[in-house]
Write a protein that binds this ligand. Structure first.
Ligand code: AMP
Length: 416
Protein backbone atom coordinates (compact mmCIF):
# COMPACT_ATOMS: atom_id res chain seq x y z
CA UNK A 1 0.00 0.00 0.00
CA UNK A 2 1.31 3.42 -0.92
CA UNK A 3 1.07 6.45 1.36
CA UNK A 4 -1.90 8.71 0.79
CA UNK A 5 -2.41 12.37 1.73
CA UNK A 6 -3.70 11.24 5.12
CA UNK A 7 -0.30 9.59 5.87
CA UNK A 8 1.92 12.65 5.34
CA UNK A 9 2.44 15.86 7.27
CA UNK A 10 2.32 18.77 4.85
CA UNK A 11 1.81 21.64 7.29
CA UNK A 12 4.05 24.57 6.37
CA UNK A 13 5.80 22.45 3.74
CA UNK A 14 6.38 23.04 0.03
CA UNK A 15 4.55 20.27 -1.78
CA UNK A 16 5.34 19.41 -5.40
CA UNK A 17 2.22 17.94 -7.02
CA UNK A 18 2.40 16.14 -10.38
CA UNK A 19 -0.91 16.80 -12.11
CA UNK A 20 -2.17 15.94 -15.58
CA UNK A 21 -3.14 19.23 -17.22
CA UNK A 22 -2.77 17.84 -20.74
CA UNK A 23 -6.08 19.43 -21.74
CA UNK A 24 -7.45 20.14 -25.23
CA UNK A 25 -6.86 23.71 -26.50
CA UNK A 26 -8.42 25.28 -29.60
CA UNK A 27 -6.59 27.43 -32.18
CA UNK A 28 -7.04 30.53 -29.98
CA UNK A 29 -5.45 28.59 -27.08
CA UNK A 30 -8.71 28.39 -25.16
CA UNK A 31 -9.31 25.29 -23.06
CA UNK A 32 -12.18 23.32 -24.61
CA UNK A 33 -12.54 20.86 -21.72
CA UNK A 34 -11.32 21.68 -18.21
CA UNK A 35 -12.25 18.32 -16.62
CA UNK A 36 -8.66 17.30 -15.94
CA UNK A 37 -7.99 20.61 -14.17
CA UNK A 38 -11.19 20.37 -12.12
CA UNK A 39 -10.31 16.79 -11.14
CA UNK A 40 -7.23 18.02 -9.23
CA UNK A 41 -9.09 20.54 -7.06
CA UNK A 42 -9.74 18.19 -4.10
CA UNK A 43 -6.00 17.54 -3.64
CA UNK A 44 -5.01 21.19 -4.11
CA UNK A 45 -7.73 22.47 -1.77
CA UNK A 46 -6.79 19.89 0.88
CA UNK A 47 -3.11 20.93 0.74
CA UNK A 48 -4.00 24.62 0.98
CA UNK A 49 -6.27 23.93 3.95
CA UNK A 50 -3.37 22.14 5.64
CA UNK A 51 -1.23 25.26 5.16
CA UNK A 52 1.08 23.82 2.54
CA UNK A 53 2.56 25.83 -0.34
CA UNK A 54 1.55 24.06 -3.56
CA UNK A 55 3.85 23.75 -6.59
CA UNK A 56 2.07 22.12 -9.53
CA UNK A 57 3.90 20.36 -12.36
CA UNK A 58 2.45 19.09 -15.63
CA UNK A 59 3.16 18.49 -19.28
CA UNK A 60 0.95 19.63 -22.17
CA UNK A 61 1.06 18.10 -25.63
CA UNK A 62 4.24 16.84 -27.26
CA UNK A 63 6.69 19.75 -27.54
CA UNK A 64 9.50 17.20 -27.97
CA UNK A 65 11.95 18.85 -25.60
CA UNK A 66 11.69 22.36 -27.06
CA UNK A 67 9.89 25.53 -25.99
CA UNK A 68 6.69 25.69 -28.06
CA UNK A 69 4.76 28.80 -27.06
CA UNK A 70 1.38 27.30 -28.07
CA UNK A 71 2.00 24.56 -25.49
CA UNK A 72 2.65 26.93 -22.60
CA UNK A 73 0.67 26.21 -19.41
CA UNK A 74 -0.19 29.92 -19.09
CA UNK A 75 -3.87 29.46 -20.13
CA UNK A 76 -4.12 26.63 -17.63
CA UNK A 77 -2.91 28.84 -14.79
CA UNK A 78 -5.73 31.28 -15.64
CA UNK A 79 -8.35 28.51 -15.76
CA UNK A 80 -7.11 26.97 -12.50
CA UNK A 81 -7.18 30.35 -10.80
CA UNK A 82 -10.83 30.81 -11.87
CA UNK A 83 -11.79 27.33 -10.67
CA UNK A 84 -10.07 27.80 -7.29
CA UNK A 85 -11.11 31.41 -6.86
CA UNK A 86 -7.50 32.18 -5.86
CA UNK A 87 -4.42 33.59 -7.60
CA UNK A 88 -2.11 31.04 -9.25
CA UNK A 89 1.47 32.17 -9.83
CA UNK A 90 3.01 31.22 -13.14
CA UNK A 91 6.49 31.67 -14.59
CA UNK A 92 6.72 31.18 -18.37
CA UNK A 93 9.59 29.83 -20.43
CA UNK A 94 11.40 27.29 -18.27
CA UNK A 95 10.14 25.31 -15.28
CA UNK A 96 13.59 25.16 -13.63
CA UNK A 97 14.84 28.66 -14.50
CA UNK A 98 16.35 30.88 -11.78
CA UNK A 99 13.09 32.84 -11.79
CA UNK A 100 10.93 29.72 -11.33
CA UNK A 101 13.18 28.65 -8.46
CA UNK A 102 13.00 32.10 -6.85
CA UNK A 103 9.18 32.19 -7.01
CA UNK A 104 9.11 28.65 -5.58
CA UNK A 105 11.52 29.64 -2.78
CA UNK A 106 9.41 32.71 -1.89
CA UNK A 107 6.11 30.80 -2.05
CA UNK A 108 4.21 31.04 1.24
CA UNK A 109 1.80 28.59 2.87
CA UNK A 110 -1.57 28.76 1.14
CA UNK A 111 -0.05 29.98 -2.15
CA UNK A 112 0.04 28.16 -5.49
CA UNK A 113 2.64 28.09 -8.25
CA UNK A 114 2.18 26.33 -11.58
CA UNK A 115 5.46 25.49 -13.32
CA UNK A 116 5.85 25.77 -17.11
CA UNK A 117 5.41 22.70 -19.37
CA UNK A 118 7.80 19.98 -18.12
CA UNK A 119 8.23 18.55 -21.60
CA UNK A 120 9.93 21.74 -22.85
CA UNK A 121 12.90 19.89 -21.30
CA UNK A 122 13.88 16.70 -23.18
CA UNK A 123 15.22 15.37 -19.85
CA UNK A 124 11.66 15.02 -18.52
CA UNK A 125 11.32 11.94 -20.74
CA UNK A 126 14.93 10.91 -20.19
CA UNK A 127 16.28 12.25 -23.48
CA UNK A 128 18.97 14.71 -24.50
CA UNK A 129 18.59 17.70 -26.85
CA UNK A 130 19.10 15.38 -29.85
CA UNK A 131 16.18 13.25 -28.71
CA UNK A 132 18.40 10.30 -27.70
CA UNK A 133 17.61 8.37 -24.52
CA UNK A 134 19.95 9.36 -21.68
CA UNK A 135 18.78 8.08 -18.33
CA UNK A 136 21.24 10.21 -16.29
CA UNK A 137 19.82 13.45 -17.67
CA UNK A 138 16.40 12.46 -16.32
CA UNK A 139 17.80 12.18 -12.79
CA UNK A 140 19.54 15.56 -13.01
CA UNK A 141 16.29 17.20 -14.14
CA UNK A 142 14.29 15.38 -11.45
CA UNK A 143 16.72 16.67 -8.81
CA UNK A 144 16.29 20.25 -10.08
CA UNK A 145 12.51 19.92 -9.81
CA UNK A 146 12.74 18.31 -6.38
CA UNK A 147 14.96 21.15 -5.12
CA UNK A 148 11.94 23.46 -5.26
CA UNK A 149 9.92 21.46 -2.71
CA UNK A 150 10.09 18.97 0.13
CA UNK A 151 7.26 16.52 -0.47
CA UNK A 152 5.96 14.93 -3.67
CA UNK A 153 2.32 14.12 -4.38
CA UNK A 154 1.36 12.01 -7.39
CA UNK A 155 -2.03 13.08 -8.72
CA UNK A 156 -1.54 12.58 -12.48
CA UNK A 157 -3.15 9.22 -13.19
CA UNK A 158 -2.87 9.91 -16.94
CA UNK A 159 0.93 9.63 -16.73
CA UNK A 160 1.60 7.08 -13.95
CA UNK A 161 2.41 4.45 -16.59
CA UNK A 162 5.38 6.59 -17.70
CA UNK A 163 8.76 6.44 -15.93
CA UNK A 164 9.61 10.12 -16.34
CA UNK A 165 11.55 12.64 -14.24
CA UNK A 166 8.45 14.25 -12.72
CA UNK A 167 6.47 11.01 -12.33
CA UNK A 168 9.04 8.61 -10.87
CA UNK A 169 12.70 9.81 -10.58
CA UNK A 170 11.74 12.86 -8.52
CA UNK A 171 10.72 10.62 -5.59
CA UNK A 172 14.41 9.82 -4.92
CA UNK A 173 15.11 13.47 -4.12
CA UNK A 174 12.23 14.41 -1.79
CA UNK A 175 11.63 13.70 1.90
CA UNK A 176 8.30 11.96 1.47
CA UNK A 177 5.90 11.00 -1.33
CA UNK A 178 2.26 9.99 -1.50
CA UNK A 179 -0.68 9.63 -3.89
CA UNK A 180 -3.20 12.47 -4.18
CA UNK A 181 -6.97 12.01 -3.97
CA UNK A 182 -7.46 11.55 -7.71
CA UNK A 183 -4.89 8.75 -8.00
CA UNK A 184 -6.06 7.19 -4.73
CA UNK A 185 -9.59 6.92 -6.14
CA UNK A 186 -8.34 5.42 -9.41
CA UNK A 187 -6.26 2.79 -7.61
CA UNK A 188 -9.09 1.94 -5.25
CA UNK A 189 -11.62 1.43 -8.05
CA UNK A 190 -9.37 -0.30 -10.53
CA UNK A 191 -7.60 -2.37 -7.88
CA UNK A 192 -10.61 -3.50 -5.90
CA UNK A 193 -12.70 -4.08 -9.00
CA UNK A 194 -10.15 -6.41 -10.49
CA UNK A 195 -8.90 -8.14 -7.37
CA UNK A 196 -12.19 -8.60 -5.53
CA UNK A 197 -14.89 -8.52 -8.21
CA UNK A 198 -18.52 -9.28 -7.55
CA UNK A 199 -19.40 -12.07 -10.00
CA UNK A 200 -20.18 -12.56 -12.80
CA UNK A 201 -17.25 -10.37 -13.90
CA UNK A 202 -17.39 -9.18 -17.52
CA UNK A 203 -14.69 -7.40 -19.54
CA UNK A 204 -15.74 -5.56 -22.69
CA UNK A 205 -12.87 -4.80 -25.04
CA UNK A 206 -13.03 -2.99 -28.34
CA UNK A 207 -10.87 -0.80 -30.54
CA UNK A 208 -8.70 -1.20 -33.54
CA UNK A 209 -5.98 -3.73 -32.76
CA UNK A 210 -5.66 -7.07 -31.00
CA UNK A 211 -1.94 -6.32 -30.68
CA UNK A 212 -2.65 -3.37 -28.34
CA UNK A 213 -4.78 -5.49 -26.03
CA UNK A 214 -3.09 -8.94 -26.01
CA UNK A 215 -1.66 -8.44 -22.53
CA UNK A 216 -4.95 -7.12 -21.20
CA UNK A 217 -6.83 -10.14 -22.57
CA UNK A 218 -4.21 -12.55 -21.21
CA UNK A 219 -4.31 -11.01 -17.74
CA UNK A 220 -8.10 -10.73 -17.63
CA UNK A 221 -8.54 -14.37 -18.72
CA UNK A 222 -7.31 -15.24 -15.20
CA UNK A 223 -9.86 -13.01 -13.54
CA UNK A 224 -13.11 -12.64 -15.48
CA UNK A 225 -16.08 -14.92 -16.16
CA UNK A 226 -16.72 -13.48 -19.62
CA UNK A 227 -14.95 -11.38 -22.24
CA UNK A 228 -16.90 -9.57 -24.90
CA UNK A 229 -14.94 -8.40 -27.93
CA UNK A 230 -16.08 -5.76 -30.42
CA UNK A 231 -14.45 -3.29 -32.81
CA UNK A 232 -11.97 -4.27 -35.50
CA UNK A 233 -10.29 -6.66 -33.03
CA UNK A 234 -13.26 -9.00 -33.38
CA UNK A 235 -12.48 -9.66 -37.07
CA UNK A 236 -9.00 -10.95 -36.29
CA UNK A 237 -10.56 -13.40 -33.80
CA UNK A 238 -13.29 -14.43 -36.26
CA UNK A 239 -10.85 -14.86 -39.14
CA UNK A 240 -8.65 -17.04 -36.90
CA UNK A 241 -11.64 -19.41 -36.74
CA UNK A 242 -12.01 -19.48 -40.52
CA UNK A 243 -14.82 -16.89 -40.76
CA UNK A 244 -14.53 -14.57 -43.80
CA UNK A 245 -13.82 -10.95 -42.85
CA UNK A 246 -13.91 -9.26 -46.29
CA UNK A 247 -11.83 -6.08 -46.29
CA UNK A 248 -12.23 -5.54 -42.51
CA UNK A 249 -9.24 -4.32 -40.53
CA UNK A 250 -7.60 -7.68 -39.67
CA UNK A 251 -4.13 -8.22 -38.23
CA UNK A 252 -3.09 -11.26 -40.25
CA UNK A 253 0.10 -11.69 -38.22
CA UNK A 254 -2.00 -12.08 -35.07
CA UNK A 255 -4.32 -14.87 -36.28
CA UNK A 256 -2.39 -17.61 -34.53
CA UNK A 257 -2.29 -15.64 -31.32
CA UNK A 258 -6.03 -14.94 -31.52
CA UNK A 259 -6.65 -18.67 -31.90
CA UNK A 260 -4.44 -19.38 -28.87
CA UNK A 261 -6.30 -16.82 -26.76
CA UNK A 262 -9.62 -18.44 -27.71
CA UNK A 263 -8.24 -21.85 -26.69
CA UNK A 264 -6.97 -20.43 -23.41
CA UNK A 265 -10.40 -18.93 -22.69
CA UNK A 266 -11.97 -22.34 -23.28
CA UNK A 267 -9.49 -24.01 -20.91
CA UNK A 268 -10.19 -21.43 -18.23
CA UNK A 269 -13.95 -21.69 -18.84
CA UNK A 270 -14.18 -17.99 -19.66
CA UNK A 271 -17.12 -17.21 -21.92
CA UNK A 272 -15.54 -15.50 -24.98
CA UNK A 273 -18.21 -13.54 -26.84
CA UNK A 274 -17.65 -12.37 -30.39
CA UNK A 275 -20.17 -10.57 -32.61
CA UNK A 276 -22.60 -12.91 -34.42
CA UNK A 277 -23.48 -10.30 -37.05
CA UNK A 278 -22.10 -6.96 -38.23
CA UNK A 279 -22.87 -3.65 -39.86
CA UNK A 280 -20.81 -3.62 -43.04
CA UNK A 281 -20.04 -1.16 -45.82
CA UNK A 282 -18.11 -1.14 -49.07
CA UNK A 283 -16.75 2.40 -48.57
CA UNK A 284 -15.48 4.50 -45.67
CA UNK A 285 -13.70 7.83 -45.87
CA UNK A 286 -11.29 7.28 -42.96
CA UNK A 287 -9.52 10.62 -43.47
CA UNK A 288 -12.64 12.78 -43.10
CA UNK A 289 -14.41 10.24 -40.86
CA UNK A 290 -17.42 10.12 -43.17
CA UNK A 291 -19.43 7.65 -45.20
CA UNK A 292 -19.41 8.54 -48.91
CA UNK A 293 -22.97 9.16 -50.21
CA UNK A 294 -22.74 6.23 -52.64
CA UNK A 295 -21.62 3.75 -49.96
CA UNK A 296 -23.69 0.61 -49.42
CA UNK A 297 -24.36 -0.01 -45.71
CA UNK A 298 -26.13 -3.13 -44.49
CA UNK A 299 -26.31 -5.71 -41.69
CA UNK A 300 -25.00 -9.23 -42.28
CA UNK A 301 -27.13 -12.31 -41.62
CA UNK A 302 -24.39 -14.05 -39.62
CA UNK A 303 -20.68 -13.75 -38.70
CA UNK A 304 -19.45 -13.88 -42.27
CA UNK A 305 -18.55 -10.69 -44.16
CA UNK A 306 -18.69 -10.83 -47.96
CA UNK A 307 -15.86 -9.84 -50.29
CA UNK A 308 -15.45 -6.11 -50.84
CA UNK A 309 -17.17 -5.21 -47.56
CA UNK A 310 -15.73 -4.30 -44.18
CA UNK A 311 -17.16 -4.64 -40.70
CA UNK A 312 -17.68 -1.24 -39.08
CA UNK A 313 -19.96 -1.95 -36.11
CA UNK A 314 -21.59 -4.87 -34.30
CA UNK A 315 -24.99 -5.92 -35.67
CA UNK A 316 -28.44 -6.05 -33.98
CA UNK A 317 -28.33 -9.80 -33.20
CA UNK A 318 -24.96 -9.34 -31.49
CA UNK A 319 -26.35 -6.50 -29.39
CA UNK A 320 -29.26 -8.67 -28.31
CA UNK A 321 -26.87 -11.44 -27.29
CA UNK A 322 -24.49 -9.00 -25.55
CA UNK A 323 -27.38 -7.34 -23.75
CA UNK A 324 -28.22 -10.61 -21.92
CA UNK A 325 -24.62 -10.95 -20.70
CA UNK A 326 -24.20 -7.32 -19.65
CA UNK A 327 -27.53 -7.41 -17.80
CA UNK A 328 -26.49 -10.30 -15.55
CA UNK A 329 -22.96 -9.07 -14.84
CA UNK A 330 -22.13 -7.67 -11.42
CA UNK A 331 -18.73 -6.23 -12.34
CA UNK A 332 -18.03 -4.68 -15.75
CA UNK A 333 -14.76 -3.28 -17.03
CA UNK A 334 -14.92 -1.63 -20.46
CA UNK A 335 -12.17 -0.24 -22.71
CA UNK A 336 -12.49 0.54 -26.43
CA UNK A 337 -15.31 1.21 -28.95
CA UNK A 338 -17.25 -1.59 -30.63
CA UNK A 339 -17.20 0.06 -34.04
CA UNK A 340 -15.95 3.12 -35.92
CA UNK A 341 -17.50 5.23 -33.25
CA UNK A 342 -16.34 8.57 -34.69
CA UNK A 343 -18.78 8.10 -37.61
CA UNK A 344 -22.38 8.50 -36.40
CA UNK A 345 -23.77 5.73 -38.62
CA UNK A 346 -21.32 3.24 -37.06
CA UNK A 347 -21.56 4.37 -33.43
CA UNK A 348 -24.83 2.60 -32.56
CA UNK A 349 -23.25 -0.55 -31.10
CA UNK A 350 -20.90 1.43 -28.85
CA UNK A 351 -23.69 3.76 -27.67
CA UNK A 352 -25.97 0.78 -26.99
CA UNK A 353 -23.25 -0.88 -24.90
CA UNK A 354 -22.86 2.38 -22.96
CA UNK A 355 -26.60 2.33 -22.19
CA UNK A 356 -26.51 -1.35 -21.22
CA UNK A 357 -23.56 -0.82 -18.87
CA UNK A 358 -25.35 2.14 -17.26
CA UNK A 359 -28.52 0.03 -16.82
CA UNK A 360 -26.53 -2.81 -15.24
CA UNK A 361 -24.95 -0.25 -12.89
CA UNK A 362 -28.42 1.05 -11.94
CA UNK A 363 -29.21 -2.55 -11.02
CA UNK A 364 -26.23 -2.79 -8.68
CA UNK A 365 -23.25 -3.72 -10.84
CA UNK A 366 -19.87 -1.98 -10.43
CA UNK A 367 -18.77 -0.48 -13.75
CA UNK A 368 -15.35 0.90 -14.63
CA UNK A 369 -14.73 2.58 -17.96
CA UNK A 370 -11.38 3.67 -19.40
CA UNK A 371 -10.15 4.87 -22.77
CA UNK A 372 -11.14 8.07 -24.59
CA UNK A 373 -13.68 6.55 -26.99
CA UNK A 374 -15.59 4.50 -24.41
CA UNK A 375 -15.72 7.53 -22.15
CA UNK A 376 -17.05 9.71 -25.03
CA UNK A 377 -19.63 7.01 -25.78
CA UNK A 378 -21.09 7.03 -22.26
CA UNK A 379 -21.20 10.80 -22.39
CA UNK A 380 -22.87 10.76 -25.81
CA UNK A 381 -25.41 8.28 -24.42
CA UNK A 382 -25.97 10.71 -21.51
CA UNK A 383 -25.07 7.88 -19.15
CA UNK A 384 -21.75 9.02 -17.66
CA UNK A 385 -23.22 9.98 -14.27
CA UNK A 386 -24.56 6.42 -13.86
CA UNK A 387 -21.17 4.68 -14.26
CA UNK A 388 -19.40 3.72 -11.01
CA UNK A 389 -15.99 4.96 -12.12
CA UNK A 390 -14.71 6.69 -15.26
CA UNK A 391 -10.93 6.51 -15.34
CA UNK A 392 -8.98 9.68 -16.11
CA UNK A 393 -6.14 7.70 -17.68
CA UNK A 394 -6.73 5.63 -20.81
CA UNK A 395 -3.19 4.25 -21.21
CA UNK A 396 -2.64 3.94 -17.47
CA UNK A 397 -5.92 2.10 -16.87
CA UNK A 398 -5.09 -0.29 -19.70
CA UNK A 399 -1.66 -1.02 -18.22
CA UNK A 400 -3.36 -1.56 -14.86
CA UNK A 401 -5.67 -4.10 -16.52
CA UNK A 402 -2.57 -5.78 -17.97
CA UNK A 403 -1.43 -6.32 -14.38
CA UNK A 404 1.70 -4.22 -15.02
CA UNK A 405 3.50 -2.23 -12.36
CA UNK A 406 2.94 1.49 -12.92
CA UNK A 407 6.28 3.35 -12.49
CA UNK A 408 4.60 6.52 -11.19
CA UNK A 409 3.03 4.51 -8.38
CA UNK A 410 5.80 2.00 -7.69
CA UNK A 411 8.25 4.85 -6.95
CA UNK A 412 6.14 6.25 -4.09
CA UNK A 413 6.72 5.65 -0.37
CA UNK A 414 5.00 2.63 1.18
CA UNK A 415 2.65 2.96 4.14
CA UNK A 416 4.36 2.04 7.40
P1 AMP B 1 -8.20 1.85 -29.69
O1 AMP B 1 -7.38 3.09 -29.67
O2 AMP B 1 -7.45 0.58 -29.93
O3 AMP B 1 -9.16 1.76 -28.52
O4 AMP B 1 -9.10 1.95 -30.99
C1 AMP B 1 -10.02 2.98 -31.21
C2 AMP B 1 -10.26 3.07 -32.68
O5 AMP B 1 -10.74 1.84 -33.17
C3 AMP B 1 -11.30 4.11 -33.02
O6 AMP B 1 -10.69 5.14 -33.74
C4 AMP B 1 -12.30 3.34 -33.88
O7 AMP B 1 -12.71 4.06 -35.01
C5 AMP B 1 -11.50 2.13 -34.31
N1 AMP B 1 -12.37 1.02 -34.70
C6 AMP B 1 -13.32 0.41 -33.97
N2 AMP B 1 -13.97 -0.50 -34.70
C7 AMP B 1 -13.42 -0.48 -35.93
C8 AMP B 1 -13.69 -1.20 -37.13
N3 AMP B 1 -14.63 -2.10 -37.18
N4 AMP B 1 -12.92 -0.92 -38.22
C9 AMP B 1 -11.94 0.02 -38.15
N5 AMP B 1 -11.66 0.74 -37.04
C10 AMP B 1 -12.39 0.48 -35.95
Amino acid sequence: MKKTLADINVKGKKVLVRVDYNVPLNASLQITNDKRIAATLPTIEYLLKKNAAVILMSHLGRPKGKVVSEMSLKPISVCLSELLGKPVKFVGGDCISAESKKVAADLKSGEILLLENLRFHPEEEGKNAAGEKVKASMDVFAKELASMGEIFVQDAFGTVHRAHASTASIVKYVKDAAVGFLVEKELKFLGETIEKPARPFLAILGGAKVSDKINVIENLLNKVDAILIGGAMAYTFLKSQGVSAGTSLVEDDKLELADELLKKAKEKKVDFLLPVDHIITNKVDFVNKQVPSDADIKATVDEAISEGYMGVDVGPQSLEKFSEVVKFSKTIVWNGPLGIFEIDEFSKGTIKIAELVAEATDDGAISVIGGGDSVSAVKKAGADKRISHISTGGGASLEFLEGKELPGIAALSDKK
